[in-house]
Ligand binder design. Structure first.
Ligand code: PGA
Length: 244
């Protein structure tokens, strides 16, 4: 695990985007799993600029959806598929056919999770994941407690995630109470993980993720065991600790 502390959110976004673009340059047909949430949005805007200004080509990527609210259709304003399409897939010119949706509104969620895992498996796993850090240490919606071998599955959201997600949709009553999430097995097996963490509110959970016990109570702590993780934090999230 490598940690990069940027002076501010703009620099964090540019550094993370440069790292991702370099990885795509080395493997233009990579499979990727990009998070929604507020933190990666600056990075995605930087990637769109790299496409426009430097001609970086993202069109060969295959995109797998990280997580989805249960019973939310793709046209609902809260659809995480829709958010991923608007913020990542469309600005980078990736064809819609190259997106593997995790259908939160599937009639049979267990079957949906199993077939999603199968698609990931057939693709040879995920090359690059872009993750945010939940205030409770969740990755995707692998809510605490989550074991490292947790599969893709249906999960109830914790009270903390209901509160943090209410910021996106204008109130807690708008936040679905369940989700489907790509499992810990998929995330921890990714060939490269980029974790983006911003803001003072993430100081405590970031410190626990980097230095705390590796335990199901903080799913992100399992990243400590992986060599291929880069954590991009801004100063606000890093706090007063000595720089890495
Ligand atoms: P955020 O969400 O980027 O909006 O802080 C991170 C998360 O909950 O995973």
């Amino acid at each position: 695990m490598r940690v990069i502390v940027a002076d501010n959110y703009e620099k964090l976004s540019a550094l993370a985007a440069a790292e991702f673009a370099a990885a795509v340059g080395a493997n233009p047909r990579a499979t990727v799993m990009p998070a929604t949430g507020n933190t990666p949005m600056g990075m995605y805007q930087e990637l769109a600029k790299l496409r426009e200004n430097d001609g970086t080509d993202f069109t060969g990527l295959t995109v797998f959806q990280l997580d989805a609210y249960r019973d939310i259709g793709r046209d609902d304003f809260r659809s995480l598929y829709g958010w991923m399409m608007r913020s990542f897939v469309e600005p980078l010119g990736i064809p819609e056919q190259a997106v593997v949706r995790l259908a939160g509104d599937a009639i049979d969620p267990e079957l949906e999770c199993a077939s999603f895992e199968q698609r990931v498996h057939e693709a040879g796993g995920i090359d690059i994941t872009i993750l945010g850090l939940g205030p409770n240490g969740h990755l995707g919606f692998n809510e605490p407690p989550s074991l490292p071998d947790a599969p893709t599955r249906r999960v109830p959201l914790t009270p903390e995630s209901l509160v943090s997600n209410s910021v996106y949709w204008g109130g807690e009553e708008q936040v679905p109470t369940e989700a489907l999430t790509a499992g810990m097995t998929i995330l921890l097996a990714a060939k490269q993980v980029l974790l983006v963490v911003s803001g003072e509110s993430k100081q405590g959970i970031l410190a626990r993720t980097l230095d705390g016990p590796i335990a199901p109570g903080n799913p992100a702590s399992y990243l400590q065991q992986l060599p291929n993780v880069i954590v991009f934090a801004d100063r606000a999230a890093w706090g007063d600790r000595a720089l890495p």
